[in-house]
Design a protein around this ligand. Structure first.
Ligand SMILES: CC(C)(COP(=O)(O)OP(=O)(O)OC[C@H]1O[C@@H](n2cnc3c(N)ncnc32)[C@H](O)[C@@H]1OP(=O)(O)O)[C@@H](O)C(=O)NCCC(=O)NCCS
Length: 221
């Protein structure tokens, strides 16, 4: 049984001007035109910009960050292509990728992304990577809670999956801490550096998340 340390009221959502005018009529499709800016207690989440490419290269292409994830681009131009792709996929309604920017900084230190696993986004998968200088600081948890809220409340997903290599201690620890449920092990499911790795499948359900949120961070399972 895990604790989900959510505190009501700590997340503010600043919608783009066109969306803000819609007020209570904001619909779940607005995020396809422009991602909302999400403000937490430690970080702001926003759409990636092409100018974020050098920061992403510095933060995500190190050995320790990329060890258990699909290989990130190795050049600024490669990250620019990735960022342009995130915008196209968001417009198509398949995917959303948030830049993580700590308060007091201008540059991005990581990303948190969500993609649909089936048309209509009912089942989604999320993934994340943060520069190692920011591990253990709380910025991941602050941003992650807002992205889970976004996936359930704005996009309309009902089940959020994550896969983490069994050997990825921090990845699994972070998912356990946010309250995800471990459903099983996907044997030899991830090819990395010529070796097939086992992955842990973690899930969060919308009802569990909302129930936990409404009581201010109780156990969700
Ligand atoms: C995954 C990631 C975003 C998490 O951010 P983080 O700041 O490291 O996460 P946190 O420190 O908040 O949480 C990690 C937890 O795992 C724990 N942990 C660390 N090493 C561990 C290990 N070997 N075994 C088990 N738990 C471990 C930490 O103690 C921490 O829990 P605590 O706060 O209760 O002590 C970050 O580590 C990262 O970017 N890693 C590289 C990319 C990656 O692997 N992405 C995940 C793909 S699933």
């Amino acid at each position: 049984m895990e604790k989900m340390p959510y505190r009501d009221g700590e997340v503010r959502v600043d919608m783009p001007a066109t969306v803000a005018r819609a007020g209570a009529e904001t619909t779940t499709s607005d995020w396809r035109q422009a991602l909302p800016v999400l403000t937490g207690s430690m970080v702001t989440l926003r759409e990636l910009r092409l100018s974020d490419a050098p920061s992403l290269l510095a933060m995500l292409s190190t050995e320790e960050v990329s060890r258990f994830i699909s290989p990130p681009p190795t050049t600024v131009e490669g990250f620019e292509r990735f960022i342009a792709w995130t915008h196209r996929e968001r417009t198509a309604g398949n995917y959303a990728c948030f830049a993580v920017v700590p308060h007091g900084m201008d540059s991005v230190i990581g990303i948190i992304q969500v993609r649909q696993l089936e048309p209509g986004f009912a089942t989604a998968e999320w993934g994340f990577a943060i520069g190692s200088g920011f591990w253990g600081t709380g910025v991941f948890l602050d941003g992650a809670k807002m992205v889970v809220d976004f996936a359930f409340d704005v996009v309309g997903a009902h089940r959020l999956e994550a896969r983490a290599a069994v050997a990825n201690g921090r990845g699994n620890g972070a998912l356990r801490k946010i309250g995800a449920v471990q459903e099983g092990v996907l044997r030899k499911s991830f090819l990395r550096n010529g070796e097939y790795l086992d992955q842990t499948l973690w899930t969060i359900l919308d009802d569990d998340w909302r129930r936990s949120r409404s009581v201010g961070g109780a156990q969700i399972h």
